[in-house]
Ligand binder design. Structure first.
Ligand code: ZN
Length: 242
């Protein structure tokens, strides 16, 4: 099976469409949460992903859009965008988001939006945090999103620590020999200084993983955000990838 691995689409339909076209052939989508929040097209992103065989997880912004989270934990811009999303969501999109699990184990993979230890909240930003999360899943590989930064934490069993590896890599990554926590990066709001949409592909027959970046028309998303009155800082950060 060939999987398209995406996360943190954040209602950026233009980025999502570009990724779907770029990835070309896949059997199923695994979406690691935060399909909505920040961006201008929450309903369209929900509708689009539902056209495919897929697994989709709940992220903190999905919960916020449902009123399941106390928005005081968000900064002012995120709060404004979340309140707009709450009013913009269709009943169908709301019902879909409400149905999403916070974590899933499938075909030897663990998936959680934020971390296996705290599926909605924890940001896995360094190797110590990654290592501390190993006891919270039994699969060899765990896939997470949430930080919007593509990264691999690979376990070194002998030294009892994780090595951090940051793409791009010259060759596909082979999975299974060491335990790993992998983040495919964000489709709709990258934060590693590269504004291109980030995603990954996984081939479960060869157990290989590849990171991808693709340029999308950021200005279309920005124009739609302005038209909806979304915060200027959120509009501007898209072209910076920060
Ligand atoms: Zn996110």
């Amino acid at each position: 099976m060939r999987y398209l691995i995406i996360s943190d689409v954040h209602a950026n339909l233009t980025a999502l469409e570009t990724v779907l076209a770029d990835a070309a052939e896949f059997d199923e989508i695994w979406c690691l949460g935060d399909l909505v929040g920040y961006g201008p097209n929450p309903n369209e992103c929900v509708e689009r992903i539902r056209e495919f065989d897929h697994i989709s997880l709940a992220g903190n912004h999905d919960w916020a859009a449902l009123g399941r989270l106390d928005l005081s934990s968000f900064n002012a811009d995120a709060r404004t965008a979340s309140m707009w999303t709450q009013t913009a969501l269709s009943p169908e999109a709301r019902e879909y988001l409400r149905s999403l699990p916070t974590h899933v184990e499938k075909d030897g993979f663990c998936m959680a939006h934020a971390s296996p230890r705290e599926p909605i909240w924890e940001y896995i930003l360094d190797s110590n945090q990654a290592y501390a999360n190993l006891e919270y899943f039994s699969a060899s590989t765990c896939l997470v999103g949430h930080t919007h930064i593509p990264i691999v934490f690979e376990v070194d069993e002998q030294r009892r620590r994780c090595e951090t590896r940051i793409p791009p890599f010259p060759d596909p990554l082979t999975l299974g020999s060491h335990r790993m926590i992998i983040n495919p990066g964000s489709v709709g709001q990258p934060r590693d200084g590269d504004p291109r949409a980030s995603y990954a592909t996984l081939d479960s027959d060869t157990m290989t993983w590849e990171f991808h970046r693709v340029t999308y028309p950021v200005e279309i998303t920005q124009e739609r955000m302005r038209a909806r009155g979304l915060p200027r800082r959120l509009v501007e950060r898209l072209e910076l990838g920060r």
